[in-house]
Design a protein around this ligand. Structure first.
Ligand code: ADP
Ligand code: MG
Length: 210
């Protein structure tokens, strides 16, 4: 019998819901969120904070929220992940977001603003790696796993010329590409639709400070 409670038919029920959507000339549609207290990040690495947002892994219609300290870092990572996702090397991205965290006592006087974007969730993170010597020798053939080897080669080939420069005002674009192959450690690799993908498109992937 048809069971409307099975996984496939359960609707996405996000933890965070935008209160408005605006349009930015360069960044496109931006979903705005408001929080009355600091959200608890589920994954928090060096650069980004991650909110699962009740999204299920490997589900194209559900998305988590990745947050960065500045708009330019967020938009640069968003554009890189978009390019990678279109090539099958990353989970899909949705919109840019802006999150306003208000202090319950001080209203708008004390607030933190994050920028970020919505991304689908990969699964099986932490199970694959690109060995250290691969980056040192820039030799993909040293990667034993064929799926990871394919991913490394794919990411190395993609051009990010014309995308936002991390740490520069919005609209400042890089004229030359840089290779997206420098941060492929196990915590940044997962699966999307059974294929290895990269989930972290912060500035480390192009070996840049910001
Ligand atoms: N697309 C995703 N799917 C599932 N988990 C994710 C995704 N993106 C980020 N995460 C989780 O959030 C953590 C931090 O995100 P990441 O982009 O790696 O930021 P950082 O640059 O801070 O390492 C990851 O290690 C992972 O646990
Ligand atoms: Mg990471």
């Amino acid at each position: 019998m048809y069971n409307r409670h099975t996984m496939a038919t359960t609707k996405f029920n996000p933890t965070y819901r935008p209160f408005k959507t605006t349009h930015h000339a360069i960044m496109g549609a931006i979903d705005h969120y408001r929080c009355d207290h600091m959200p608890r990040f589920s994954g928090c690495g060096a650069q980004a904070g991650f909110l699962v947002n009740n999204a299920r892994p490997n589900c194209a219609r559900e998305y988590g929220i990745k947050l960065f300290p500045t708009a330019s870092q967020a938009f640069a990572a968003y554009q890189r992940q978009m390019i990678a996702a279109e090539a099958g090397a990353a989970p899909p991205v949705r919109r840019m977001v802006k999150v306003l965290v208000r202090s319950p006592w001080y209203g708008d006087d004390l607030r933190t603003i994050y920028y970020g974007y919505q991304t689908c969730l990969a699964y099986g993170i932490g199970r694959m790696e690109v060995p250290m010597e691969v980056e040192e020798c820039d030799d993909a053939s040293l990667i034993p796993d064929s799926g990871v080897r394919r991913l490394y080669r794919l990411l190395s080939r993609l051009s990010i010329a014309g995308t936002q420069i991390d740490g520069k005002p919005i609209g400042t674009v890089r004229r030359r590409s840089k290779r997206m192959k420098h941060d492929l450690h196990e915590e940044n690799l997962g699966f999307w639709r059974k294929r290895p993908v990269c989930i972290d498109f912060g500035h480390h992937i192009i070996r840049e400070a910001c």
